[in-house]
Structure formats: C-alpha cells, structure tokens
Design a protein around this ligand. Structure first.
Ligand SMILES: [Zn+2]
Length: 582
C-alpha cells in the first residue's frame, strides 16, 4: 500500500492537485486561494509546496493531497487514492484486490452486480426499447452502466453468491433484504441505474419499474448503507464535475432520465437530486467548484414546496441561484428529446431566483395590497438570505417601484424576517464574518497597509519593538483608520505570519526596519495622493463658483502637498538603495 501512496506523492505535486480544483495565487513562497471548505470572500487558504501541505486560517482545514481530495470530493481514503492513482498513472491492482478490507469487498460486490445487470439488459427487448423510446443511445446506456433485473425473487443475490459473496455482505450492500425468515432482492422487474460516488465507483442503485402496477414505487433507491449516504451523493456528480469547473456553473435537474438526456445532449455540467431532498452537503459539493447554479423547475410540478426549499437552501449557502423554467407539459428529458435547442434556450433564459419569484407573483396578483402581503411573506425571506445589503437593496428598490411603497417600510419588514431553523444556521456562520468583512477593507491584498501588516507580524513574532513604526502609521492614516487596521491585524495574525514567513524567512532585523520605513513612506505618499485628488476636485468646484478665498486656500495646500510628495520621492530614492524587496 505504502508504495502506491509514495508513487502518487512522487508524481503529483500539491500545487498541481489543488491547482486543478482551485485558482491559486502566489503569496511569497506559498500559494493561496479562497477556501473551498468554508464560505469566504478573501483568500485564507494557503498551499505550501515546500511542505506539500495546505492550511486554512479560516476553518483550520489542513492536510496533504489525499486529505484534500477526500474532503473536496467527499470520498473516503480509498476513493481519493483511486482518483489520484488515475491521475498519476499508478496502477492499484495489488492493493484493491486485497480481500481483507470489508468496505472494499462491498465496492467489489457492487461492481460485480452492475456488470451482471448490464449483461441482463443486453438480451431484454422490452426495457431496451423503453430506454430507446426515451431517447437514450447505446453509448449512453453503456456510459451510465444502465442495467436490468427480471421480476424474480433472488436473481442478483444468487449471482453474487455464485461469485463468492456472503449473504451478510449482499444485505449490507442494500441488494437484498430480510423480512421474517425470507431474504429476497429489493429490486425486481426494474431498469437499474447505478449511483456513483465522485470517484466513479458504484455505491447504490436507483431502479425504475418496468411495468407500472400502480402499487409499487416508480423509482426505488438503495437504502442508506456503509457505501451510500443519500444526503451526500448527487447523481451524476462524478461525470459533471469537470464541466462544472469549465463552464463555471452547474445545472440541477430532478430525475435520472433528465440528467442522462442532458449529458447526452452536451449539457455535461448537469447533476440530479434524483428523488432525494436537497441538502447542504449536496450544495457544498457544487459550490466548491462553482458558486453559480441553475435550478430547473417544472412549471406543472407537484413538488413545488420541495423545490422552494431547495432554492432557499442554495441562497442560504450564498450561491448565485438562477431558475430555468421548463415549459408546461414537459420535463427536461422530454424537452431535450423533442428539441434540445429548446432546452438550451430554457437554460439561456434562466433568471435570478428573486426576479423569477417577483415575476411570478406579479403575473398572479394585480391588487397592490395583496401583492405586498404576498411579497412580504413569500419573497422577503429569500431577499433576507442574500449575501449582503448591496444585493438586498437592489430588490428593495424594485419592490418599492412595483407597489409604490417607501423603501424604508420594506427594510423594516426585511429586518423582521424569521427564518426556518435549517437556513438560520447557515446564515449565522455567515454573520460572524460580517464584522470581519468591514475590517477587511483595510487589509486588501496588494495594499500598502497589507504589506505593512505582514512585516509588522514578522517583527512582532521575533519580539522586535514596533511601537515607533505603529506610531508613524497612526500619524499617517489617522486615529480611526488605525483602529480598524489594528483590529484586523489582530484577527488575521495567523494568516499574516504565514505570509511573513514566506516573504521574510531569512531577513535580518535591520533590513526589516528599513523596509518598514520604506513602506510607511509609500503609505504617506498614497495618502497625500488621495488628498491631492480631492483638492483638485474641490478646486474645480471653487473655480466654477468663483469663490476666490477657497481657491487660494486650496492652492496653498496644493503647493504644500506637491512639496511633500517630492520630498517623499527623494527619501524613497535614498531608502531604495538599501531595500531589495518591493
Ligand atoms: Zn477554510
């Protein structure tokens, strides 16, 4: 085992593996990105090529290429091993045929069952013609490993037993079940759609009944097993993830047929909830790759409530949610079969969730009073879930235009919104960062303040006195700004130290102080330039108004600043001779 792992580690670097999932930026000796494991706007996820590891200062996620793939793809260690081995071109044969691992046995069992069911389908006219009628090609049937089981009590179990699997294993994999003294197959007389994990291994089945007897469920899914947790698996995710990354959005449909037809028609960034209620885990799988989601909605959908819950959940995950409305009388599979360009148009014409909701109530209700009541109870909760007041204010204005009430009223009601518990928890974790977000303005990447914070962090970690430097900074940016600066400095001290280590690993104390001086000069220059801009604007106004007193006052200050800027330039030139970095 260790040899496969070692081989993989030799062939794949951490920056390549993580970089294939996330956009990495350089940060000294390290690389950084927005963390895929928690919600954030500025990067606190760092990758260290030297140490072959990653660390997130926001949520403390850490590890190597294996843990990263495990977390990111929601697979176990073996799953990550398979994904990385495929990438590295390392064969795992010896390892996977080891019989000792109980879970590995179940994976093998599912593979054997899948092959058996695929073989069954080949010789069965009726299910094959059903699939063809729905528009599936032979290639698609093969790609999705679709199979069939006859309406008999123990066909799959008997086959598995003949291949050496035990009764207990067959039941634990969710293939058979026991009632009283009888053990029999769960799936009988059904077209079998394997459900894959993100490593592409079969972990469960969804069976569609062939002859509807009006009593059995149309679709039957495997129960929860050691391999299959329905709240964590999105149907088709293994096949869609690359495209979601490429197109930077995902399409969510409901049924198996919908997603399979979508892929066949080229919409390869489609996934399906496949009859299970959408969960936060499902959405975070998608959000890690792209924040944008288009959710298809059948207009004559009986499960509209469930759909609405899914929309709210996606918003509460701060995703960018659009709705694609499928025309009446169709589901995505039918629509694609009828004309795939119509489906394309539906996707193209998808609109932002809240606009979609507003359009809908506007079309239904004309009385303004009633309309406001409906918006208040049905739509404000969605607006409340939006990420930040800037986004919210756009919709507040829209609503105020629609029903002619003042924006203040809408804001008042917006503040009173009460969320269901499941959305609340999502929102709370987000709210914690609002305070942080305000302070973060100060330490934007690439700003002089940020560079100063990094170098202060380095000095303070080595017990070098920075009181003087801090005093100078305060003089330049003012008391109030300095408070913000220091607040955020304290909040981000871990991240800053990590960066400082990268930039200044072997830099001596004197050099550090010289560089601090240099950065403070830059800061002063920046602030004078800002003042300069402001003065020039005021000067224009004053000249228009012809207020001579103002004009002369501004001119005096302008002269002063020009002088200061030229002094700074000279000073910088002097220091520059000594400073190597920046
Ligand atoms: Zn994180």
């Amino acid at each position: 085992m260790s040899t496969s792992v070692e081989q993989i580690k030799e062939r794949l670097s951490i920056e390549d593996v993580v970089g294939s999932y996330l956009k990495l930026e350089k940060a000294g000796n390290n690389l950084k990105a927005k963390c895929p494991f928690h919600n954030e706007k500025t990067p606190s996820f760092f990758v260290s090529p030297d140490r072959s590891s990653y660390y997130c200062f926001g949520c403390n996620a850490k590890g190597d290429i294996f843990t990263f793939v495990q977390e990111f793809e929601s697979v176990d260690f073996l799953g990550a091993l398979k994904i990385l081995a495929d990438r590295a071109g390392v064969t795992l044969e010896k390892f996977t045929s080891k019989i000792g691992d109980k879970k590995e046995r179940l994976y093998q069992l599912m593979e054997v069952a899948t092959l058996f069911l695929q073989k069954n389908l080949e010789s069965e006219e009726i299910p094959l013609s059903y699939l063809k009628k729905r528009g599936l090609t032979n290639e698609t049937i093969k790609n999705w490993k679709i199979g069939y089981v006859r309406d008999e009590w123990r066909t799959i179990s008997d086959h598995l037993k003949s291949k050496g699997f035990l009764d207990d294993e067959i039941e634990r994999a969710g293939i058979s079940k026991t009632e009283g003294k009888n053990t029999y197959d769960r799936f009988r007389g059904r077209i079998m759609f394997p459900i894959f994990d993100s490593a592409g291994r079969v972990i469960a089945f969804s069976g569609r009944i062939l002859h509807d007897d009006g009593q059995s469920a149309k679709y039957l899914n495997s129960p929860q097993t050691e391999l299959f947790d329905k709240s964590k698996v999105l149907y088709g995710y293994d096949k869609a993830k690359q495209s979601i990354r490429k197109f930077d959005f995902s399409i969510l449909v409901e049924g198996q047929m919908d997603i399979i037809m979508a892929h066949q028609a080229g919409f390869t960034n489609t996934v399906a909830s496949s009859g299970t209620a959408l969960t936060i885990e499902h959405l975070s799988l998608l959000r890690r790759i792209s924040n944008k989601i288009i959710m298809s909605f059948d207009s004559d959908n009986a499960g509209a409530k469930a759909a609405e819950r899914g929309w709210a959940l996606a918003l509460s995950c701060k995703m960018d949610v659009k709705i694609a409305e499928i025309p009446k009388g169709f589901d995505p599979a039918d629509l694609i079969l009828a004309d795939k360009n119509r489906f394309k148009d539906v996707i193209k014409n998808s609109i932002f969730l809240i606009d979609f909701l507003l359009n809908r109530v506007k079309a239904e209700i004309t009385d303004k009073k009633k309309l406001w009541q409906t918006i208040k109870t049905k739509i404000l909760p969605y607006i409340y879930l939006l990420d930040g007041n800037t986004e919210r204010s756009g919709y507040v204005k829209k609503i105020s235009d629609i029903i002619d009430i003042k924006e203040e009223f809408i804001w008042d009601d917006l503040k009173k919104v009460k969320l269901d518990e499941e959305f609340q928890t999502q929102n709370q974790t987000e709210n914690k960062t609002i305070e942080k977000a305000i302070a973060e303005e100060m330490l934007k990447n690439g700003s002089v303040e940020k560079n100063l914070a990094v170098i202060l962090a380095k000095q303070e970690s080595e017990k070098i006195d920075t009181t003087k430097a801090r005093e100078k900074i305060k003089n330049v940016i003012g008391e109030e700004q300095y408070k913000k600066f220091d607040t955020e400095y304290k909040m981000k001290i871990n991240e800053l130290s990590f960066e400082a280590e990268g930039y200044y690993e072997k830099v001596k104390e004197q050099k550090l102080q010289e560089e601090t001086e240099y950065l403070i000069l830059n800061l002063r220059e920046e602030y004078f330039k800002k003042e300069l801009e402001k003065l020039l604007m005021n000067l224009k106004v004053a000249e228009k108004e012809k207020t001579t007193e103002k004009i002369s006052a501004i001119s005096i200050r302008l002269k002063e600043i020009m002088q200061k800027l030229s002094d700074i330039k000279k000073e910088k030139h002097e220091v520059n001779k000594k400073v190597t970095i920046y």
